[in-house]
Design a protein around this ligand. Sequence first.
Ligand code: GLC
Length: 421
Amino acid sequence: MKKTSLFTAALAAATIWSGTALAVDLSIVHGSVGKDQEVLRAELDRYEAATGNKVTIVSMPESSTDQFGQYKLWLAAQSSDIDVYRLDVIWAPQVAAHFVDLTPHVADIRDQYVSAAIESQTVDGKLVGLPMFLGAPALYYRTDLLEKYGEKVPATWQEMTATAKKIMDAERAAGNADMQGFVFQGAAYEGLTCNAQEWINSFGGGRIVDTDGSININNPKAAEALTLAASWIGGISPEGVLNYKEEDARGVFQSGNAVFMRNWNYAYALAAGDDSAVKDTFAVTTLPSGGEGLASAATLGGSHLGVAKYSKHPEEAIELVKFLNNYDNQKERAIVTSRPPTLNAVYGDAEVGEKQEFIPLWKPVVDNALARPSAATKRSYNEVSSEFWTAVHDTLSGNGTAEQNLAKLEARLKRLKGAGW
Ligand code: GLC
């Protein structure tokens, strides 16, 4: 009897020992919108089943700006609480020092990735994050309403403004008091930087900071773009748009209360979902331009996975990052979340094209998307962006004219730049 129980105890101890030696607990942090979290959990469940490791998801608020604030605290404290960070495309130059160089770990698969995505995550030769998904926004519009009022899909912001007003006014007169003309991301955060860069660039007003680091944002084209945008507030866009982020805009459009919406790719799968009021009555087109002969601009977005230098399990964390970005997981994400993948081959996958038409349709827009000046402004990007969205938000709020706010912005950016970025 005694012998048996000793044997059992020894066996139990051995089992526990081998379990703890092999399996580890990891954590991944991300800012989820739409179906991101649901899809990530399903992927992690498969990873856990295959490896015995456990992965906890730490969720962040929707705003990229708020995420960055929290990430900076963890990284500055060299916290080992988070192993894998989902990083916004713009952050690599600012956080590079805190992350493991993935270069040697992905040497055999690197060429399979969209090269611009890999470049965006490479800082002084170090690969800070393995690209997870890309982003290039669209103009979402109501096909039924355009048809009802005999309007064509707008090619310029001026046409969009006129069509939105005409349809919104007519719908309200017909009793639909909640109808809005255009919803977008107008809160004072990174999302507004993305929207306003598109307006300005598509008017021929250039970039927030040029790729060579020079500052030319205080120009008449930029002012023209911001002046038109300011005219939307309280007109085709509700006053509340000054506090809208991605999900606020989607909520209004998806419940059937907006003619047009500017949003990222993730909104497509959701607006086409069974519980969407506009399921069969919306389509997407490229964002408008600032006038005939001018080109539309779509800001490059996306999120990528980095392994913190402070992780206690870097090897497992690197394997997890590679697993999450493998072909099967990228394919599933492209179909379910309509997020543009980072593996070139997934764009050509027949099943992806069949189940999620937005992905092949949007490939050229993704390829031509306009980066924000995070490489040019290096460690100052967040301050640059914050100065920019403040100038834009002030203009939209009627707090100074576009010209006045752009002049102030130019002075502030010059001060930030000093002798060089
Ligand atoms: C999306 C984009 C990201 C951008 C953010 C702004 O999440 O992927 O790049 O910074 O929107 O709100």
